[in-house]
Ligand binder design. Structure first.
Ligand code: HEC
Length: 154
């Protein structure tokens, strides 16, 4: 009897501390790639960042470098794993990331986000979400990625 009680207690604790938290940090398929995608809880960049404008020319060279970073070079985890190879927010790690990764193909959501907000996000990551920081990238590389991800909504 004591054995059963102890096991019940253990199962309850596993449910409470293991299964429920994992469940609440996973997205259902229908949370992914929404458009428009609400950004109500997304932290806002400081004012001095919001004023920044992409200084790079949108030419083939910069777009190619941006794509290379997005798909292959960005460390430690490439953007495609969460934001998807098509930028639709449905990468293979998207359902385990929190909240749903931004859907770059959604023009309605993307056109409302200033360059400087994108820059700050990529450089610093977003606290309390699974969006990592890429402080190892040079400013120029971040702007190249931004040129590239803005193409998904066109
Ligand atoms: C481990 C998963 C993951 C990876 C890898 C990842 N992201 Fe994200 N990203 C997220 C999540 C989750 C959000 C949504 C956060 C939110 O809604 O607050 C997000 C949001 C964003 C946003 C939106 C910011 C805003 O203000 O709306 C941008 C831009 C972005 N990511 C760019 C990138 C780029 C560029 C890379 C690669 C260099 C990258 N992300 C890699 C998970 C990821």
């Amino acid at each position: 009897m004591e054995f059963v009680v102890r096991n019940l207690k253990a199962s309850f604790l596993i449910l409470l501390f293991v299964i429920l938290p994992v469940k609440s940090f996973a997205n259902d398929a229908d949370d992914l790639g929404l458009c428009p995608q609400l950004r109500e809880k997304t932290p806002r960049a400081p004012e001095e960042f919001l004023k920044k404008v992409n200084p790079l020319e949108k030419n083939q060279k910069n777009l190619k470098k941006g794509k290379l970073l997005y798909m292959v070079r960005a460390k430690t985890l490439q953007c495609k794993h969460c934001h998807g190879v098509n930028g639709d927010g449905r990468g293979e790690m998207a359902s385990d990331s929190f909240p749903a990764p931004r859907n770059f193909t959604c023009a309605e959501t993307m056109k409302a986000i200033p360059d400087g907000q994108l820059f700050w996000t990529i450089e610093n990551g977003l606290p309390h979400t699974s969006m990592p920081s890429y402080s190892n990238l040079k400013d120029k590389q971040v702007w190249q990625i931004i040129l590239y991800i803005r193409e998904f909504a066109k």
